[in-house]
Write a protein that binds this ligand. Structure first.
Ligand SMILES: Nc1ncnc2c1ncn2[C@@H]1O[C@H](COP(=O)(O)OP(=O)(O)O)[C@@H](O)[C@H]1O
Ligand SMILES: [Mg+2]
Length: 324
């Protein structure tokens, strides 16, 4: 059965075709993007996981060799699906782009040797992002025969601090370039990124800085007209039971009843531990409430004690696509 004909349970919950994953650096952007690509591929679909920052984060996560500028098989998903991966390189994208419009061939290779591409992207820094997003659009809308090449494309995007500018660069370029292929391409990318085909998801932890950056990013993205999808709360620890703090006397009795040492330092240490947990719980509750106030669907992913290995990724993938 063609991948695009397969009704997937996840499709209704993640309706976009291009999923842009941002978040404060270190919150798990790459892990969440990979898990989403895996989750959306389950049951016979095909997805593409794209990175644009030249970090080879996907290769690191999957323990593979660095990816060339070429779509490659990354992983099989449960039920026969496939995740492919692409590390988009601005220079390669520029050559591909010039070749498409000007049939450069060998001249393109010469350009590369001359460092002309470094030069071009240095004098027009926005050009780099136009090329990167242009490649993402191409993969998202590509068809082969009558079916789409990918059911979904997941972009491990720049962090929250840069996401607005990164996505908006095409609108800027479309405005500045008066005519020509750059204008046409920029307009096309800008339209896709603002259409219901796209969703920008923001990954956060229940910590002050990432939550603040999430609130700022959602405001900025909304103002720029990009459809914000979900807030993904990553690294969620099991809840600490609510309630009043335990007293030292109660702890002492409890320890003694269990036949455990109940000396002064042990009890004091436990009292402090309990107080810290209570403080953490209150902070997390208040941060979660700030996120809920955004009015966006929230998905919570557990803190994996073993880290994000292949089994961990699978857990995250299933939690994501099962989320309401
Ligand atoms: N849910 C999780 N549980 C445990 N460790 C996680 C989780 N998500 C991410 N990590 C770990 O946190 C670190 C940062 O994750 P990564 O996906 O590389 O973040 P980013 O791309 O935002 O910098 C990595 O070491 C990763 O294994
Ligand atoms: Mg990363």
């Amino acid at each position: 059965m063609a991948a695009s004909e397969q009704p997937a349970e996840s499709a209704g919950r993640w309706p976009a075709r291009l999923h842009v994953v941002t978040g404060k650096g270190g919150t798990g952007k790459t892990s969440v993007a990979a898990a989403l690509a895996l989750g959306l591929a389950a049951g016979g679909r095909r997805t593409l996981l794209v990175e644009v920052e030249g970090r080879q984060g996907i290769a690191q996560l999957f323990g593979t060799d660095p990816f060339p500028y070429e779509e490659r098989h990354l992983a099989d998903a449960p039920g026969g699906g496939e995740v492919r991966a692409l590390a988009v390189d601005a220079e390669e994208a520029l050559l591909e782009y010039l070749d498409m419009f000007y049939k450069l061939g060998a001249a393109g290779r010469a350009l590369r040797k001359l460092g002309a591409i470094d030069f071009a992207t240095t004098i027009a820094p926005g050009l780099r992002d136009v090329l990167l997003t242009g490649k993402v659009k191409e993969a998202t809308t590509r068809t082969s025969g009558s079916r789409r090449a990918y059911d979904a494309v997941v972009l491990d995007a720049p962090p929250t601090g840069r996401i607005g500018r990164f996505l908006n660069v095409t609108a800027e370029t479309a405005r500045l370039a008066k005519v020509g292929p750059i204008k046409t391409q920029s307009e096309g990318v800008s339209a896709l990124l603002r259409s219901p085909m796209t969703a920008v998801h923001v990954v956060t932890l229940l910590e002050e800085m990432p939550v603040q950056e999430t609130l700022d990013a959602v405001a900025e993205l909304t103002q720029l007209g990009f459809p914000v999808g979900r807030v993904v709360v990553n690294g969620v620890r099991p809840p600490v039971p609510a309630g009043r703090a335990v007293t030292a006397a109660e702890l002492k009795r409890g320890l003694a009843a269990a036949g455990l040492p109940a000396d002064g330092p042990t009890v004091a240490g436990l009292v402090e531990e309990a107080r810290d947990q209570q403080v953490r719980r209150e902070l997390e509750d208040s941060l979660r409430a700030d996120l809920v106030d955004l009015g966006l669907p929230l998905v919570e992913l557990p803190l994996l004690p073993e880290g994000v290995d292949r089994a961990g990724l699978e857990t995250l993938a299933q939690t994501l696509v099962r989320a309401d």
